[in-house]
Design a protein around this ligand. Sequence first.
Ligand SMILES: [Zn+2]
Length: 471
Amino acid sequence: MARRTSGLPLRTTTCSRSAIPGTRERFDTVPDTDTLKDRVRTAIEEHRGEIVSLATSIQDEPELGFKEVETTRKVVETFEELGLEVEEPLAVTGARARIGSGDPVIAVLGELDALVNPEHPKADPETGACHACGHHAQIATMVGTAVAFATTDVLDELDGRVDAMAVPAEEYLDLGYRRSLKDEGRIEFFGGKQELLRRGHFDDVDAAMMVHAADDTPEREVTARNSTNGFVGKFVTYTGKASHAGGAPDEGVNALNAAVMGMNGIHAARERFRDEDAVRVHPIMTRGGDGVNVVPSEVTMESYTRARTIEAIEEANDDVNAALEAGAMAVGARVEIEDEPGYMPLRTNDAMVDAYEANAADLLGEDAIVTDSPHLTGSTDMGDVSQVVPALHPWAGGFEGNVHREDFAVADEEMAYVTQAKIVAGTIVDLLADPDAVEAIRAAKASKKSREEYLEDVRAFQDRVVGDYME
Ligand SMILES: [Zn+2]
């Protein structure tokens, strides 16, 4: 048991098992899920002030991935106020609290990190970091769920444990810093959940869930049945030879020309991408030359190759790398392509989606459930988790503007910060109380990859291709 008697007074006082002998036996037969859900929702309602102010405080002090020191500290303080023992850090940053005992173990995740968009009105003036993806609201959901089970004895009536996990570095950016962490041996992967998986933090987890902000959806709606693309990340360096751009261009090797041809080669490769694979390749040039009167000798690019399945990512990525190499070949330059594991495709668990949708409908009405959910061509490292553990990753309304853009904002505090915790806590009650759901989750877990199999797959994305056509 992780619960302690010290810390914040537990305001939702309910009878404990020892205080009323016989309670356990009664619920063993028929857990009254309606009553249990009333209790977790009431607990969240009673702590709504703390939950909302934690979320807004995190929004006001955004930190980028693997740098979420203050954000982690705020979550740790909240866990400790709830009387929970805290494990930290998980992977550079991050924290976890275990509530209850036994199994199955259901982990509720909240992502700690912000992203970079200096034009966002709440962006940090120095770093450009801002919560334009609503991760601060995920922390509210995660902490609200922790409140629901830490301040009540609901878990005493159910078999299972609830782990609240504040997880680092979902946004795949600030890669120079992450490369330095990698060089120092502090991480192997750029994604926070990939690192958590590698370090074994999901080894004892039977099901994992989190709720993400929906794109431009101020309405009280949820979408829970999406899948997402996975991707491989890419760093490209073209090397040529500098010379006077006016006086002696014939003596140089133009790395920018090589890069432009490489990029156009990718565009030509697009006609080979099948619609059903949902391939997305979106290169950027990060260094295009240094002085306009010098033939560029070094040009760098970054890209992702995204697709619906691991096989489709590998296939499209081979085409992309061949196109990039062809640019070097065409002008007699050198190209070095470094592939880094991106994120794995997300596949959600039906039993968990069913329970989530039932609880969302209960609180928001049947119309709130969006069922014509398409495949999404973006990516999340929850996809990696879903390769190993049955997972739930709904998108929830209450947010206006497009995610990652400067107009992204919370439109509905109730929906963004409080309602999702009630839905998730109710979902956990239903899952743990239903032997068929527990059975379905255990069967799904048994069919997933082991940690070692997952690591083998993700490490296969790591590659270095060199094409040297310099004279
Ligand atoms: Zn996000």
